[in-house]
Design a protein around this ligand. Structure first.
Ligand SMILES: Cc1cc2nc3c(=O)[nH]c(=O)nc-3n(C[C@H](O)[C@H](O)[C@H](O)COP(=O)(O)OP(=O)(O)OC[C@H]3O[C@@H](n4cnc5c(N)ncnc54)[C@H](O)[C@@H]3O)c2cc1C
Ligand SMILES: Cc1cc2nc3c(=O)[nH]c(=O)nc-3n(C[C@H](O)[C@H](O)[C@H](O)COP(=O)(O)O)c2cc1C
Length: 781
């Protein structure tokens, strides 16, 4: 085998040494265009977990890495004059220069031929069996063949710059600064004694405000030194390739072209805020090496690499996108108090949660619980600040409604109504969810009229009879549980007159369809659904009047809160989204115009609803399509609703157009709740693939929402909250008297289960790779 490697970065070198070690007969040549020891950059970081992997594959290079790296366990968040420390993180850093030198030495030791100052291209190697394209983030090879690789580069909006300093740092540090132009952060860590990496980052508006665009290198560094004067403590900043850049998020549809294969940054980039570019490049090399070990031929091995490695890379890239998104919204998070801000930062990429942070550093969780309780106490809540409970069990007031905890049963259509009337199904379904301990239980989308239904199984709240059905449920809940109930009122619009949820969802009825209407005459699916009639002013008046009627009946039924359903593409949502509202009158066009009718309905509902009771609005924060609702639109929509008297914004997403491209994942809609809450100051509810008590606590502790709604998990387990209370030993959560004998048993069993789980997790934690003092002494001997 003759293997050529283009690029002598960590990706190229690590593959070469692994392959040469295993197959000494293979000829492996690495071509690097720069001179030896001439590299850009400052430090690189690895986690304990990554070091564990390196140990498995090549002990000598692992040992060399381990011994030359600076090691730290703490992350310090500096913000508004406070330092919030998070321990137990297990990271190490060294200079890129040192890492490359030791990988190069090890590669040469096992027999790899490395050629420096050789700027090469694919065509230079017609007789190679395999060509590794490891030529970095600006890969010339990938660029030349980008249509083959299906390259996509998304330049992110924030500006950043890599810098170095002589400032010694004992831990990983985030220095956040409020400047007259907005938020600036430096991500900083020491990689060798007296040498630290400083990555400066800010939004475009801040960059423009400072006028960095027009500054030369010296002036720009001097300005950054001024911003971080306290932190630098007299030390200078330097930059070897001074360039403000926008981070390129790079993906490729395929990584293979004939016998050439992309690895490392050339193939996919990962934002520095998850510190994984070098790790990714070296793990790519491991994956390719494994594929070659398992498959006899190069094409088979490359196919394997391109499929099996992809999943992990996409997972990391997704985490990186979520993480960089947090920094893109730094200004938004500046409304948070230091404790919550720091927790929000730490939990940004979803890898770190309330529970796994407790395993790393229990004090940091005690600190956030403590802050959460004291913050509530300062707002007049009677909470225990001496022994604070996890955030999910903390009370909250929404308008005049007091909730015992922050878990919510999200609205879920049951498709089991008869002529809009609730049935025994609804009685059993809702009362059992309320008995399960959630602080608030939502009724399903209930329509103001029969022809406003999604399906013939949807509930309606138009008549006294329909009201009485709901009243029976609400009365039972209020008599037997501490739960509150919210009625969700919504008109189906263009998604109406379709089959039951478990039939062909969103497809018209086989017979008995009724006429439908929407903001614009655009069917849900062309050729499948009815073309809705464009609403006239008379339609608007009639619909508003029926919403008001339902609101009055909801009050009569005893509901504690009412919600206007303005999400998921139904009637009111169809006005809000530019993807579904094509009107040219005063109800279409600008966001103010698009909100005109939904606001009319909302104001009329507010007027018909007792002032002492809260009112909520559910929004789709994004349409998951280009040209859909923008972030600016979302802010404006939320602000208009708050101004009109909304007490809660229930932040959902999507389902407004059928060709949406949602980015699914754990808690995937929560960043929108974070945005609405911290941009507008509104109380928000997060929802969407939130499945564990740990996630609920993470969302609340980080200030991403005030309430957390779970839908599907509550179908499978009505007792989600009681079980979580048992898990956390939260005695105060009220169980129904009839079930009290189960409470003690559940608490004991759950407590035991929790301890076992913690032990298991602690045992499987990656071990530390720090060089111990005695090892250093041994080496000296
Ligand atoms: C200043 C800086 C600091 C960083 N800090 C960190 C960090 O702390 N942690 C982390 O995980 N990641 C960090 N990164 C990212 C990290 O450097 C990359 O993710 C990682 O180096 C990717 O490795 P690679 O082998 O794919 O590419 P690279 O390391 O970029 O190596 C590519 C090599 O190919 C060479 N080359 C390009 N074209 C040719 C050609 N035609 N012929 C021959 N040679 C060619 C280049 O000269 C270069 O040496 C940093 C990046 C920079 C720029
Ligand atoms: C069976 C079912 C019915 C739903 N009906 C409604 C509804 O009536 N109104 C509404 O706003 N959302 C409805 N949703 C959406 C949920 O409230 C929730 O936003 C969504 O399921 C995401 O949460 P989850 O991941 O916890 O399930 C429904 C979801 C399900 C699964």
């Amino acid at each position: 085998m003759k293997i050529t490697v283009i690029g002598g970065g960590p990706g190229g070198l690590y593959f070469s040494l692994l392959a040469k070690k295993r197959w000494p007969d293979w000829q492996i040549d690495v071509y690097e265009r720069d001179p030896i020891d001439n590299t850009f950059g400052f430090g690189v970081v690895f986690s304990d977990e990554t070091l564990g992997t390196f140990k498995q594959y090549d002990t000598p290079s692992y040992e060399a890495i381990r011994r030359s790296f600076a090691y730290w366990g703490e992350v310090d968040v500096h913000y508004k004059g406070k330092v919030l420390r998070y321990d137990g993180n297990g990271f190490c850093g060294t200079s890129r220069f040192t890492l490359l030198r030791l990988l190069r030495d090890r590669a040469a030791e096992v027999g790899v031929d490395i050629h420096y100052q050789r700027d090469v291209k694919l065509e230079d190697f017609p007789d190679s069996d395999l060509i590794l394209v490891a030529d970095g983030i600006n890969s010339g090879t990938r660029t030349r063949f980008e249509s083959h690789f299906g390259t996509r580069i998304d330049f992110r909006p924030n500006k950043f710059i890599w810098m170095g300093s002589t400032k010694p740092l004992e831990s990983f540090n985030y220095f956040f600064k409020e400047t007259p132009h907005g938020a600036v952060v430096a991500h900083c860590y020491q990689y060798e004694p007296g040498k630290s990496t400083w990555i400066g980052e800010m939004g475009q508006h801040v960059y423009d405000g400072f006028g960095f665009e027009h500054m030369g290198e010296e002036e720009a560094l001097a300005r950054m030194e001024e911003i971080f004067a306290d932190e630098l403590d007299g030390h200078k900043l330097q930059s070897d390739i001074l360039a403000w850049r926008n981070f390129p998020h790079i993906t490729n549809d395929t990584w293979v072209m004939g016998n050439a294969v992309l690895v490392g940054d050339a193939k996919a980039s990962a934002h520095y805020s998850i510190g994984s570019g070098t790790k990714l490049a070296m793990e790519d090399s491991i994956a390719l090496y494994e594929a070659l070990k398992q498959h006899g031929t190069v094409p088979e091995a490359l196919r394997e690499y391109d499929t099996t490695r992809r999943e992990e890379v996409e997972r990391i890239q997704h985490a990186a996108l979520v993480s960089l998104g947090w920094f893109e919204h730094m200004d938004t998070h500046f409304s948070l108090e230091p404790e919550q801000f720091a927790f929000s930062l730490m939990s940004r990429s979803k890898q770190i949660t309330y529970e796994n942070l407790r395993l790393r550093d229990a004090r940091s969780i005690d600190r956030i619980d403590d802050w959460f309780a004291k913050d509530l106490a300062s707002k007049g809540y009677a909470v225990d600040t001496a022994a604070p409970v996890p955030p999910m069990f903390q009370p909250i007031g929404i308008g005049g409604m007091q909730l015992a905890n922050r878990v919510v049963v999200s609205p879920m259509a049951q498709y089991s109504a008869v002529d809009g009337n609730t049935t025994d199904w609804h009685f059993v379904h809702y009362t059992s969810r309320a008995m399960g301990g959630a602080g608030l239980v939502f009724a399903e989308m209930t329509c103001p009229t029969l022809d406003g239904r999604i399906t013939p199984g949807c509930t309606v709240l138009e008549t006294e009879e329909q009201m009485a059905g709901w009243k029976r449920i609400v009365d039972f809940v209020h008599t037997n549980t501490p739960a509150k109930m919210c009625m969700q009122i919504g008109h189906a619009g263009r998604k109406g007159s379709t089959q039951l949820g478990w039939e062909e969802s969103d497809v018209p009825l086989k017979q008995g369809n009724w006429p439908i209407m929407s903001a614009s005459p655009i069917p849900w699916v062309e050729g499948v659904n009815q073309v809705p009639r464009e609403m006239t002013r008379a339609d608007m008046d009639a619909v508003t009047e029926r919403f008001v009627n339902s609101t009055g009946l909801a009050d009569k039924a005893g509901f504690d809160m009412v919600e206007a359903h303005m999400a998921h593409g139904y009637l009111l949502a169809s006005f809000i989204s530019p993807a579904t509202n094509r009107r040219t009158d005063e109800y279409g066009g600008s966001v103010e115009n698009r909100m005109r009718f939904p606001l009319e309905v909302f104001r009329a509902m507010r007027a018909a609803w007792p002032a002492s009771k809260p009112i909520s609005v559910r929004l789709s924060a994004t349409d998951w399509v280009e040209d859909g609702l923008s972030e600016d639109d979302l802010r404006a929509v939320a602000e208009m609703l708050i101004e009109a008297g909304a007490d809660l914004i229930d932040v959902s997403a999507g389902q407004t157009v059928p060709d949406q491209k949602p980015v699914y994942g754990r808690m995937f809609q929560t960043p929108f709740s974070d945005f609405v809450r911290n941009e507008t100051g509104a109380k928000t509810m997060a929802v969407g693939n939130i499945t564990t008590a740990d996630q609920v606590n993470t969302i609340l502790a980080s200030g991403r929402a005030d309430l957390v709604a779970l839908a599907r998990p509550h179908l499978a387990n009505p007792y989600f909250t009681l079980q979580a209370a048992a898990l956390y030993g939260h005695e105060q959560t009220q169980w129904p008297n009839q079930y009290l004998t189960a409470k003690n048993q559940a608490m004991v069993l759950a407590g035991r289960e929790r301890e076992e789980l913690i032990e298991l997790k602690l045992a499987s934690r990656p071990g530390t790779h720090e060089v111990k003092a005695e090892e250093t002494a041994e080496a000296a001997e």
